[in-house]
Design a protein around this ligand. Structure first.
Ligand code: PEP
Ligand code: CO
Length: 453
């Protein structure tokens, strides 16, 4: 690991090992696009980022809980009002269930407004003997299997910026007005979710919340304030380093450099290693950051990375997103938790039960089993409880659409259903019914732990 005295700058990552980067044929076009992006206004502010950082510090000690979720890969086609609203609705529904079950405030962070670039295991994809560059996310190339679609196009970075801005505009407006008001929680139901097995349970919770609000209003003789506004933060994998660099701005009043394209960027598993350009880039920005760690992370390496990325041990700076796979948690997580705990490192532990549980169905399609996702989550919840550490958040790939991408759950999606409504261009997401069910299961688990204390 390089010494901390080594000087950081927004472009110092260029001297490190930059994997998963795009090779553009038209370099001049790329330069022109990047300089345009540098002139464009930021998407988020340092004030918002600082507020999130403070909340994440509280989540690390069990006073709040992080719900991070959204698409694996956002698509330009989904930059549409209903899609954006539906995703907010499911995140709102899940957060109400978690607030009710866990009795603590929820921090809502979307994998949205910038989650466009994807790391890929293989640089090329072969179909029927034809090999083309892999799809790397909508800000790089297009998913269709043609040479034209797969050619990286710098113009797409501008399109990604505009789609992110459009989304954030709507998300902020909806969060500020009546849409997200808790008094309207019964209106967040998605049309097609009427049949979802857990919708009655959700309605029951909303009913209880309304009665409690009514009671408090009657007793205090005032309407309950502060329920009308909901903050959503944005997050994405900071994979495309030239794009991230274009939004790396010095904020004079804060005397710090921020990435102002998103509130909470994260480093993906494939780019988290010693000497990584991504680690170098993230070390110098003031945003709270996430790091995705898998079952192959050695405890001593994790300790080194944490110290390197958060040398002052600031609470709220670093979220460790574990994504082990349901069967690996027992073997691997205890040593990692133990090392971090013994070293006195301030981190927020968050569980991504999706990425270690991806498999290929017999038809060849990528899927995940609801049961395995839940099993990882429950194992991680129990592990932290046993080790007396705090699991401060969860991270899901989900959508507000009625897709059939993950199998299982009470709505009974089977392998043979996967082809019916499989829309994800990369990883399979939980649909509305599965997301609600997942939130209820987490809430239940915490309630059971509370009653057995
Ligand atoms: C992702 O979050 O979509 C992803 C690629 O995750 P990971 O880096 O954990 O594999
Ligand atoms: Co994914």
């Amino acid at each position: 690991m390089q010494s901390l005295r080594e000087k950081w700058s927004p472009e110092s990552w260029r001297k490190k090992n930059a994997v998963q980067q795009v090779v553009y044929t038209d370099k001049e076009h790329l330069t022109a696009v990047l300089s345009q992006l540098q002139q464009h206004p930021p998407l988020v502010t340092s004030w918002e980022i600082e507020a999130l950082r403070k909340k994440l510090a509280e989540a690390a000690t069990g006073r709040r809980f992080l719900l991070q979720g959204g698409d694996c890969a956002e698509s330009f086609d989904d930059c549409k009002v209903e899609f954006i609203k539906n995703r907010l609705k499911i995140l709102l529904q899940m957060s109400v269930i978690l607030i009710y079950g866990m009795r603590m405030p929820i921090i809502r962070v979307g994998r949205f407004a910038g989650q466009y670039a994807k790391p890929r295991s293989a640089s090329h994809e072969t179909r029927n003997g034809i090999s083309l560059p892999s799809y790397r996310g909508d800000n790089i190339n297009a998913p269709e299997f043609t040479p034209e679609a797969r050619e990286p196009d710098p113009q797409r970075l501008l399109h990604a910026y505009y789609c992110s801005a459009i989304q954030l505009n709507l998300v902020r407006a909806l969060g500020d007005a009546g849409f997200a008001d808790l008094h309207n929680a019964d209106k967040w139901n998605l049309n097609f979710a009427g049949q979802a097995p857990y919708i009655q349970t959700y309605q029951g919770i909303i009913g209880k919340i309304y009665r409690a609000l009514d009671f408090a209003k009657t007793v205090s003789d005032h309407p309950i304030g502060g329920l009308g506004r909901v903050t959503f933060y944005s997050s994405h994998e900071a994979l495309h380093l030239p794009y991230e660099e274009a939004f790396t701005r010095e904020v004079i009043h804060a005397n710090a450099v921020y990435n102002l394209s998103t509130h909470m960027p994260w480093i993906g598993k494939r780019t988290l290693f010693e000497d990584s350009a991504h680690v170098e880039y993230m070390r110098g920005i003031r945003n709270p950051i996430g790091i995705k760690i898998g079952h192959d992370m050695a405890p001593s390496d994790l300790k080194g990375l944490i110290r390197h990325l958060n040398p002052l041990n600031d609470p709220g700076r670093l979220t460790i997103i574990t994504r082990m796979g349901a069967t690996k948690v027992e073997d691997v997580l205890p040593q990692l938790i133990d090392t971090v705990k013994r070293s006195g490192l301030n981190v927020l532990w968050c569980c991504d039960p999706m990425h270690g549980n991806t498999e290929t169905a017999s038809s060849g399609i990528k899927t995940r089993k609801f049961g395995n996702i839940l099993a990882e989550l429950e194992a991680v919840i129990d592990m932290h409880a046993r080790m007396k550490t705090v699991l401060g958040g969860v991270h899901f790939e989900l959508t507000g659409e009625d897709v059939t991408e993950c199998v299982g759950g009470a709505s009974g999606i089977r392998e043979e259903d996967l082809n019916r409504r499989y829309h994800s261009t990369v990883d399979p997401r939980l649909n509305v019914s599965q997301s609600l069910e997942m939130a209820l299961k987490i809430a239940q688990r915490y309630q059971n732990m509370e009653t057995s204390k």
